[in-house]
Design a protein around this ligand. Sequence first.
Ligand code: EAX
Length: 322
Amino acid sequence: MKPLNFALGAGAVALAAAGPAAAQTIVRVSHPTPATSHYGVGTQAFCADLEKRTANRYKCQIQAGANDERASIEAVQLGTLDVTNTSTGPVSNFVPEVGIVDIPFLFRDYDHARKTLDGPIGQEILAKFPGKGIIALAWTENGFRHLTNSKRAVVKPDDVKGLKVRTMQNPVHIQAFQSIGVQPTPMAFSELFTALQQGVVDGQENPIPVILSSKFSQVQKHLSLTGHVYSPALLLMSPALWNKLSDADKTAFREAAKTGAAAQRKKVNDDEAAGIAQLRADGMEVVVAVDGNAFRTALTPVWTDFAKKYGADNIRRIQDVK
Ligand code: EAX
């Protein structure tokens, strides 16, 4: 028997919809943190909306807690994974221009970041991905990053001098931390909990939703609300699957990605609102009154470098988003 020809017209489509279930494509999706985290909530919302929009012709298989974002991005590039929801942590190793959004103290607040990424600037950055063998569906969100450590309460830049802090495998972050006297130790997220537990590093930095969902309160005493950098995230897709999609299905994936992003950001908001009290209850000592201006000033020299690398005009354009 010949395979069903989907170009038969509306009648055939209606018949297929009324008849036995149409062929189903499994979409393999990963995200770094547990299912209950912001990434889990966002990914599940993406999948539910995709399945609904395509009448279940696409069905997700979600791998939660995949941990190693760099490996997930490589798998998406290779086509052994279809979609990953990842922070930009390792992304600039694949698409260098993305590094601009990883600059510390670039975004003023959540509104500024979300507006920039959903607007023309963010869309221009997404357009850089296909040239590197990756489809970027939408910006999701990890959140503003805060510093935790096992040694001391950090209020000002002097307090971090000499601390061994795990950073993401992100050139912008590594350079920024080095410039204020931190010993940055880049490593995959998958190794982080054990590294903190065994004292291989003194500290780490992540948004509240990650600190909560990864239970870092079990291995870190001090939390300082440094909010030193916004950590964007993305839903990235493999061209191997993307290139097989009809235009209508491409739209379904893109729209579902927006639904996922909205759910993920809402969960970030909720965790920001309730998370600090929870972390205190879990035994963390929280410094709220961090000297943010002193951290900003300490990072001024490295900003000069970033302006050279990414273009002062491009940075200004992001700062000017109101
Ligand atoms: O995306 O590696 C990190 O610290 C990330 O923030 C984490 O995997 C969530």
